[in-house]
Design a protein around this ligand. Structure first.
Ligand code: G3H
Length: 255
């Protein structure tokens, strides 16, 4: 039965990869919407996968979120690398401390035996303050690292969930919904075609950088996130997606 299930999953991985037209798909059994342990399994699968691609001297970009938190937690007893630097992909996205990209970057940096940099940017900052922040030498240096990440590991959210989590004003929320926002990643909100409908004012990775990163790993589970995954798959054809059966099956229903 176990073998059958594994055969079923590898078939599902292959079909989803073709369907989305992306580089690689890894699927764990179950649906994170119904069972929290599935999100932990996505974290574990990510830990296992990154040992295949990490190299000494790499700069790793990470985002925040619950799935990223699970990934950081399970990075136990992993081989240590030389001169690894972990940076948050984007600063100030209004999340609880534990699941903020800063915290996650620090945890991952330590566990990999490397270094980390933090991006301290207040939420809901004005454009003027932002512009002067960028000129701060330390922040500027961190931004330079962010533009040069070798690997990006990031969470993918539903636009509505993320907008609520970040307490977006109602008028803005209604506006992005009217524009068809379905997905969110590192502060950008996308419609189903992967077009930007809104961008959080903060600093860090820009969509242009994102498109040219060599190793990009999106980690996301639950059938509720199927449309969000579709959106990201449209803009990053060399995406490596680590997800669950719940999301995979839902995507097949949608396309
Ligand atoms: O930016 C996207 C979210 O952080 C991912 O959501 O908390 O369900 O992993 P998550």
């Amino acid at each position: 039965e176990f073998i059958d299930e594994m055969m079923g999953i590898s078939h599902l991985e292959e079909s989803l990869k073709k369907k989305l037209g992306i580089k690689k798909v890894i699927i764990v059994p179950g649906n994170a919407d119904e069972d929290d342990t599935v999100r932990k399994d996505i974290g574990k699968a990510t830990c296992k996968y990154i040992t295949k691609i990490l190299k000494n001297n790499y700069i790793i970009g990470v985002t925040g979120g619950n799935t990223m938190h699970e990934f950081a937690n399970c990075l136990q007893g992993i081989k240590k690398y030389e001169n690894i630097l972990v940076v948050p992909a984007r600063g100030g996205l209004g999340k609880e401390v534990e699941i903020q990209s800063n915290n996650i970057a620090a945890v991952i940096g330590k566990k990999l035996g490397g270094n980390y940099k933090l991006l301290h940017v207040p939420d809901n900052i004005t454009k003027e303050t932002l512009e002067s922040l960028i000129l701060e030498p330390e922040i500027n240096k961190t931004l330079e690292y962010i533009q040069n990440v070798d690997v990006l590991i990031f969470g993918i959210g539903r636009a509505d969930d993320m907008a609520r989590r970040r307490k977006m004003p109602k008028s803005e929320f209604d506006y992005i919904m009217s524009k068809g926002a379905v997905g969110e990643a590192f502060g950008y909100y996308f419609n189903r075609n992967g077009e930007i409908v809104h961008e959080t004012i903060t600093i860090g990775i820009k969509l242009e950088n994102f498109k040219s990163i060599k190793n990009t790993i999106g980690i996301v589970g639950g059938s509720r996130k199927a449309e969000a995954i579709l959106a990201i798959s449209k803009i990053k054809k060399d995406l490596i997606l680590i997800t669950d059966e719940g999301a995979a099956n839902k995507i097949f229903e949608l396309i």
